[in-house]
Design a protein around this ligand. Structure first.
Ligand code: FRU
Length: 326
């Protein structure tokens, strides 16, 4: 395979239905459209670690040259990554981490820093004192653990700003709504909410609006996705106060994969930083996102045009050859 510069890349995604993951996949496909020499196999595990382990086996059977994986939970997928590595197949871990560093490369963000930034932002917003509710992501997934660690560290320095309650929303809006409905009376006199992602932030806003419509409790989320109904829209529409950008990294993953496969130099650890999006910069961000996504469409269309032209050229060749033969 490699001799002919043809590669097969497998991508094992922990879950696929939310906008953040859709954006990641779209970025990968855009980048891949520039590389017709790559065969791409994609499987998504619907948030189920056992299913994800089985899907990695399926990808191995397909004969992949490299695996990209976003592990649903760190613990259950660590041995899986090791197994793939032991077979001599390079692995790029993306977004969520495994235990240790037994992979070829990691591409993600500093989630401890994201948690810290959220804590600092909230403390500036509500004046260094008060009660905050934290809504965490899936407890076994590394961004949830790291965002909590960073958030706790930031608030710990400000003795008067306290985490009144921590609940787990498993990264999902519905889970968050269910759990907050059950304890809605505990939300009555809180000063702010930090949710580990925007889906859960939105769920929290819906519950607050239902039980305390007269209050406008600030909510900070993470992701700040572009696209309809994403975090940028939520901030723009005032549904949430702020969101921290969590880069989707699809393009970086494909580029690093190709570097590894072609034997080019690459960095093992890649952690991008975040920024806070709130009413002060959301317009600019939305404009930039719109521009980038139209550029992506351009790339797609150009690629399509090229392919069509190639086809036309080929059929013209056939006609020409036929004429010559005649
Ligand atoms: C999407 C998501 C994001 C979150 C990330 C953490 O599936 O839940 O909202 O930032 O995963 O891995």
């Amino acid at each position: 395979n490699k001799k002919h510069n043809k590669f097969t890349i497998g991508f094992s995604q922990c879950t696929g239905n939310d906008l953040w993951r859709k954006n990641m996949l779209a970025e990968m496909l855009t980048e891949l459209s520039l590389h017709p020499e790559v065969d791409f196999h994609y499987l998504e595990a619907s948030g189920n670690s056992t299913m994800q382990r089985a899907q990695v086996d399926t990808l191995i059977e397909k004969g992949i040259d490299l695996l990209i994986i976003s592990p649903n939970e760190a613990e259950p997928l660590t041995a899986t990554v090791k197994k793939v590595m032991d077979r001599g197949i390079p692995v790029i871990v993306i977004d969520r981490e495994v235990k240790g560093n037994g992979y070829t490369a990691f591409i993600g963000a500093d989630n401890v820093e994201i948690g810290e930034m959220a804590g600092q932002y909230l403390s500036q917003l509500i004046g260094n004192k008060g009660k905050v509710v934290e809504i965490t992501g899936l407890s076994g997934s590394s961004p949830a653990i790291d965002r909590s660690t960073g958030f706790f560290a930031a608030l710990n320095q400000l003795k008067a700003l306290k985490i009144a309650k921590t609940v787990s929303g498993d990264w999902m809006e519905d889970t968050t709504k269910n759990i907050l409905s059950k304890i809605h009376w505990q939300l009555k006199d809180i000063d702010a909410i930090f949710a580990h992602n925007d889906n859960m932030a939105l769920g929290a806003r819906k519950i607050l609006n239902k039980y305390y419509p007269e209050k406008h409790i600030p909510i900070v989320g993470v992701d700040a996705c572009f696209g309809e109904g994403g975090g940028l829209d939520m901030v723009y529409d005032g549904k949430i106060t702020a969101s921290l950008v969590y880069p989707t990294l699809g393009k970086e993953a494909i580029r690093t994969a190709l570097d590894i496969l072609k034997g080019l130099p690459f960095r093992k650890e890649n952690k991008l930083s975040s920024i806070v999006i709130d009413s002060s910069n959301v317009r600019v961000m939305k404009m930039q996102a719109a521009m980038i996504s139209s550029q992506k469409d351009d790339i797609y269309n150009q690629r399509k045009l090229l392919d069509e032209q190639k086809l036309v050229y080929k059929s013209q060749q056939v006609v020409l050859n036929t004429i010559i033969v005649l």
